[in-house]
Design a binder for this molecule. Structure first.
Ligand SMILES: CC(C)(COP(=O)(O)OP(=O)(O)OC[C@H]1O[C@@H](n2cnc3c(N)ncnc32)[C@H](O)[C@@H]1OP(=O)(O)O)[C@@H](O)C(=O)NCCC(=O)NCCS
Length: 173
């Protein structure tokens, strides 16, 4: 199945503040917008915890072309988060059991979309037969993941860039 052209929609939910959230598989033609949302999330939300050089390194691979490739990769699940019909979040599970991306646009923060995207990726991991999820959390998202049942393993530099402080975390599914 070409997953990039056949997203499985979840029914929209009414989140906090009455906004409607929806999470589904991404399609290739969304690549440019997903890359934009990802960069915006990093540059706006994470700028309180990271310096400009780190942020620059971090956004450098968040391109339309890379998203197109990730969406088409059968070893990855890329998801689109929608808030009242607008693309407002992006997530990526690589099928060896790592969450590689989970980002919400600044204007969509705190409305339940991040939690819903995380649940979707966890359900997907279970469906793939995985028993554990591992991730490298930003400083910015550490408390969010702890609240969602993730356990802190160690603090260390992030694989995306050696200058980026991150926390390796895991959750048994
Ligand atoms: C982390 C992130 C995805 C959370 O998304 P969100 O949509 O704002 O989170 P939600 O509204 O779904 O919140 C879910 C729960 O986590 C809590 N929460 C969210 N962010 C939090 C934070 N920074 N600190 C503490 N709690 C937080 C919420 O209060 C909520 O709690 P509840 O379920 O008990 O009510 C979002 O903050 C983000 O995009 N951050 C910047 C990018 C980033 O660092 N991503 C992680 C990459 S590894």
């Amino acid at each position: 199945m070409d997953v990039s052209e056949n997203p499985a929609p979840h029914l929209p939910k009414t989140g906090r503040a009455g906004s409607r959230t929806q999470v589904r598989r991404s399609i290739a033609r969304e690549a440019e917008e997903l890359a934009r949302v990802n960069r915006h999330s990093i540059l706006e939300i994470c700028s309180k915890d990271y310096d400009a050089q780190s942020l620059g390194e971090w956004v450098s691979n968040k391109t339309k072309e890379n998203f197109e490739q990730w969406i088409r990769d059968p070893e990855k699940t890329v998801i689109t988060g929608l808030l009242s019909g607008t693309i407002s979040g992006v997530g990526l599970l690589s099928h060896e059991g790592w969450i590689r991306l989970l980002y919400v646009a600044p204007e969509a923060l705190g409305k339940g979309l991040g939690k819903e995207m995380l649940r979707y990726l966890e359900d997907r991991a279970r469906a793939l037969g995985l028993s554990k999820i591992t991730l490298e959390s930003t400083v910015t998202a550490k408390e969010f993941y702890l609240r969602q049942g993730y356990r802190l393993l160690e603090e260390g530099p992030c694989s995306v860039g050696p200058g980026l402080k991150a926390f390796r975390m895991e959750k048994i599914l």
